[in-house]
Ligand binder design. Sequence first.
Ligand code: NA7
Length: 542
Amino acid sequence: MTASAATPSSAPDSAVDVVIVGAGFAGLYMLHKTRRLGLSAVVFEAGDGVGGTWYWNRYPGARCDVESMEYSYQFDDDLQQEWHWSERFAPQPEILKYANHVADRFDLRRDIRFSTRVMAAHFDESALRWTVRTDRGDAVTGRFVVMATGCLSSTNKPAFKGLDSFKGPTYHTGEWPHEPVDFTGQRVAVIGTGSSAVQSIPIIAQQASALTVFQRTANFSIPARNAPLDPAYESRIKADYRGFRARNSQMLSGFGSNHPRSEISIFSVDEATRHRAFQERWDRGGLGFQGSFADLMIDMKANQIAADWVRARIREVVKDPATAELLSPRQVLGCKRMCVDTGYYATFNLPHVKLVDISQGGIEAITPRGVMAGGQEYEVDRIVFATGFDAMTGTLMKIDIRGRGGLSLREAWSAGPRTYLGLNVAGFPNLFTISGPGSPSVLTNMIVSIEQHVNWIAECMDWMRREGRRSIEALPQAQDAWVGHVNAVADATLYPQCNSWYLGANVPGKTRVFMPLLGFPDYARRCSEVAAAGYEGFALSA
Ligand code: NA7
């Protein structure tokens, strides 16, 4: 495969084999693999540094909810042996440091154009090449385009009435300033109670003179029990890191083999045994709580027993009964992504922290002096919007992506995203999505999913070169069958039961489709089978 001459009419400034969009964990590894294949590549990155999600989400308390010994690359044994994590759950600055270390260690920066946002990617059917254009005027053609744009990279900023009238500083957790923000002595409002809010509220409360939290939906949160990483544990994992990774790859979510999901039904044990199982996982901390029994995410009654148990823990911690009641989630446990916290519920016992229920009327307005809800104005000095993301499709839909016959991705996905394997879209040859909708992505350890996707894409490119194939594109019938499969898997669970961002329900007007696929091992097996069968379900041109 060589870089061919560019189409004169599109006036590209350069031509490469692969254009990669995004320099988060997906883009960095894609670049590394591309180079290993001897292909030329350029990466466009909107930020002025690497790290993706971990570059943007610098809010106080930002931390991964997958354990640090698992939330890291496994493609290079020296890397995973030499890197040392300081805590059980890594804080954002350390993950960002790791991303920078990887970029330096593998000399990746020289092919990354920072502070450059991709605006368009158009496919030229006669040349079988993509032209990618940026906000800085770049126009680069590539035989392949890899969208390594992340699942949580477009912030959701609700159009609150009067938003711009507020006199003080405002922040969005997903676009946090690079310089430290000091809330000391300030009256602060936090809008939202998802993961970002749950992590940041206890820290902001330590500084603020008054903190008012506006909650539309209470969320389930499990204590992190974060601690310095135990050196004995680190040594034990590193003594057999490959084995550990292999065991994790057999987990439904691609992580957690130390404490796998229970295989027994909650209905097969008595109440005392249930209580012990919940308590053991609660004391251990983290997302593993959801695996206390085999049927928590498939049986509503089982789920309600677990939800009741957590609500009882919230009532134990939160002293004011009315506040405890408000903080007690009513939806199915786990159907909105559960949070992992340090001191979240206890923060509401502090005299200067107030919870405002906006489940009925929402935020009525932002005023020059604060936030209006329930007919009352709450005066504050600063507002933190912890309102989440236009997840999984937001960033892709912002780019003017046009495939065969000028078909735009926005049109192709007007009734919700449709992909084959979450990797490619019919009508968009040679364009791959890493952790795209229809792949396990956000229901897994993202780095595990990213590596699996990048490996598959790289092998596909290599195979095409060896076989003399010039384009690959999902067949519409394979895509239809895949979309049906993703929906069927979700519908057999309780995941689609509430208004989560997995469904796109957090963004007004967004089509509701359950986007991620549950089950990493089956998915990875299917991807391998597709490749082994000569890319079954794809049209390949010679
Ligand atoms: P989330 O989990 O989507 O949370 C966003 C929060 O903001 C959530 O409580 C929302 O309430 C609330 N929200 C969103 N829009 C509004 C409006 N218009 N008015 C009031 N409240 C609103 O995003 P996070 O950043 O916390 O976490 C994202 C993921 O990052 C997380 O799951 C982890 O994977 C890491 P709602 O629940 O929609 O009623």
